[in-house]
Ligand binder design. Structure first.
Ligand code: ATP
Length: 456
């Protein structure tokens, strides 16, 4: 489906409370609070065994579609620490700030750019109705660190406050070493650190998180064409991995939000229980970043067209999104509690994750664990599948419970080995969403599954 096609109505009662996802993530090993045994650290999380598989799948799908499918895009992986001047040139040292007001009654803090206008104007707390402080306090979000061990020789610098700066820093090296010509792009997925003053809502606003960026370098005359291309491409990408297409939209930035060099900017937003929230930004950066780094570093970062010999600073289309926010939105999108239609207590929680992104692709389930013939066939099959995709072997409890366990972590296929298998070499393949079952021959099974869980 593309962005122009008709969509279902948004049903607010279907929006999933974030606490349900937090609980599932902890219970099943997707995400844990960081340093939990010491009481935790606000806004910092660790990914567990299933979380890391799913996160890797999300990253790989992004990389595949952005870098591998585009002849004119290459990737880099920059360091988390850079020269401190980078953050002066980028404007972060001066301007990367949050402005905060506090409620005098309930002591809650609010970013003024997140307050409803009427609350801001009348200085009224949106939670308890108390009075808000009038003069906002200003906090810089950059995380400081020091390089070197000897006190006098230590250099203060910063953990990167946005991942994309490495791309500007490496732009000239990429041009010289990879034979790219404008128009071309550089992609990167990398960690970002921000001293967020209001971390919260689980993975939505963290202090250490991961971003993916494309910086696409163009001739100024082609800026609009490429802006439109990437805007539409990224929307379709987000749409390709969610079930609830009606929860996705563009939001154009108003003139008061646009940077002085930007003709336009759009957020791709996903609707959660918190309201419409940013997933990814599509930005018109013009020649701002390369010009600033030219100025601050003293290096000429202009480009000479090999045919026309025209010399200019390329303009940039940026698409910048969050890996962790994608992870959270995908879980919110996929989570469903289904009551048993027969009312017999066989309710199930199911994650309708796209098979491409599900952490486990297939579960191999021998019908009985004490029948040697069944176990032998099952283990042999499991070893075979394990080489192709992430597979689990499960022989604990009855088959119904095992299906439920796999549904809850989003495993798209369960394969059951039963007595018929011993006769005709077929197994039962159960599909997660429809719960439909078919018999597939053991020889055909690897290809049957592989085709369904691999993106193309
Ligand atoms: P916000 O206005 O919500 O603070 P931003 O506009 O500063 O976000 P960008 O700097 O454009 O965000 O970052 C690009 C992407 O990184 C965002 O679209 C979002 O998906 C993700 N992101 C930003 N801040 C955080 C955070 N604190 N925790 C997790 N993901 C984040």
């Amino acid at each position: 489906m593309t962005q122009t096609e008709e969509r279902a109505e948004l049903n607010e009662s279907e929006l999933v409370p974030i606490e349900k996802i937090v609980s599932l993530c902890k219970r099943r090993g997707f995400v844990y609070p960081n340093s939990e045994i010491y009481g935790g650290v606000a806004g910092i999380y660790d990914f567990g065994p299933l979380g890391v598989e799913m996160r890797n799948n999300i990253r790989r799908y992004w990389w595949w579609s952005m870098v591998q499918l585009h002849d004119n895009v290459v990737g880099i992986e920059g360091a988390n620490i850079t020269h401190p001047r980078v953050w002066e040139a980028s404007g972060h040292v001066e301007n990367f700030v949050d402005r905060l007001v506090e409620c005098k009654k309930c002591k809650r803090r609010f970013r003024i750019d997140h307050l409803p206008p009427e609350n801001l104007e009348k200085h009224v707390c949106p939670v308890c109705g108390g009075e808000l402080t009038t003069e906002p306090r200003v906090f810089n979000l950059l995380m400081e660190t020091y390089l070197g061990v000897i006190e006098d020789e230590r250099m203060k610098t910063y953990l990167r406050g946005e991942a994309c700066q490495n791309i500007y820093l490496d732009y000239d090296n990429v041009l010289k070493s990879s034979r790219m010509q404008v128009p071309f792009g550089i992609c990167q997925i990398g960690k970002t650190y921000r001293n967020e003053v209001t971390p919260g809502n689980f993975l939505f606003r963290q202090r250490e998180f991961e971003q993916w960026d494309l910086q696409f370098f163009v001739h100024p005359s082609e800026m609009q064409k490429w802006f439109d291309y990437w805007k539409s491409y990224r929307f379709d990408w987000c749409q390709s991995i969610i079930t609830h297409k009606e929860r996705l939209r563009f939001r154009a930035h108003g003139s008061d939000e646009l940077a002085h060099y930007a003709k336009q900017a759009y957020d791709i937003e996903y609707r959660t229980i918190l309201g419409w929230q940013e997933w990814e930004g599509i930005h018109w950066r013009q020649d701002w970043d390369l010009s600033r780094h030219s100025e601050y570093s003293g290096q000429d970062l202009s480009y000479t067209d090999p045919l026309t010999k025209e010399r200019y600073i390329p303009w940039i289309v940026e698409t910048s999104g969050g890996v962790d926010r994608t992870f959270l939105y995908l879980l919110l999108d996929a989570y469903e509690e289904q009551p048993d239609p027969m009312g017999k207590g066989n309710d199930r929680t199911v994650l309708h994750l796209h098979p491409w992104l599900a952490p486990v692709k297939v579960a191999v389930l021998p019908l009985q664990k004490n029948k040697e013939e069944l176990v032998n066939v099952s283990k042999e099959l499991y070893r075979k599948l394990q080489r192709l995709m992430v597979a689990q072997y499960d022989d604990i409890q009855n088959i119904g419970r095992r299906y439920r366990r796999q549904d809850e972590i989003g495993t798209p296929y369960c394969v059951t080995i039963d007595f018929q298998t011993l006769d005709d070499q077929t197994v039962t393949v159960r599909e997660r969403d429809s719960m439909s079952q078919i018999r597939v021959h053991l020889n055909e099974l690897p290809m049957y599954l592989f085709e369904r869980v691999t993106w193309k």
